[in-house]
Design a protein around this ligand. Structure first.
Ligand code: HEC
Length: 153
């Protein structure tokens, strides 16, 4: 009971703290900024890719590798398809090169190329051929790099 009352008293205090935060934070670090969202999505792709690598190397063995790998590939595909929306106009900053907005079609093409590579990997995963998935990883990693090189500073 006592604990509850104390927690309740903390609410306005915490609200006051968070309310003052946007002024302290750099706009692009704010949780609702496009920059924060795309960093989180990029990190998600890195982790998803990492778990696929771990399976293909035999570091982890899911009970149903085909199921595991196709679900990871689906998740990656969803983000890859969404990349252009993570870079709305006026969201310069972070390590995003200004060239993204000078040549948005070129940037979008890199995201499309990643989606194609991931779809290819998913196809291999669905046939339960872990070695084939390993072979497709190079193209996926290459597609990440093919965008980072021109568009990430
Ligand atoms: C179409 C372009 C594009 C593709 C494809 C792409 N990225 Fe990125 N990525 C970027 C850009 C631009 C940034 C810098 C974003 C920023 O700092 O605001 C970035 C940043 C990152 C970061 C750093 C995030 C952080 O915390 O600062 C990681 C990790 C990353 N990408 C992983 C990946 C992986 C893994 C793939 C492939 C599965 C991938 N990216 C594919 C454009 C791309």
């Amino acid at each position: 009971m006592k604990r509850k009352a104390a927690a309740f008293l903390l609410v306005p205090f915490i609200a006051a703290l968070t309310a003052s935060q946007p002024a302290l934070l750099h706009a692009e670090d704010a949780p609702d900024s496009p920059q924060a969202l795309r960093k989180a999505e990029m990190e998600f792709m890195k982790v998803s890719l990492g778990s696929i690598v771990a399976v293909t190397k035999g570091d982890v063995k899911p009970a149903d590798p085909a199921d595991f790998l196709t679900r990871r590939a689906d998740a990656l595909y969803g983000v890859a398809r969404n990349i252009p929306t993570l870079f709305p106009e006026g969201s310069e900053g972070g390590k995003a090169s200004a060239d993204i907005w000078k040549d948005f079609d070129g940037f979008t093409a890199k995201a499309d190329a990643l989606a194609v590579a991931v779809a290819d990997l998913r196809q291999a995963a669905s046939t339960d051929d872990v070695a084939a998935v390993g072979d497709k990883l190079k193209a996926v990693g290459g597609a990440c790099g093919a965008c980072h090189k021109p568009y990430r500073e």
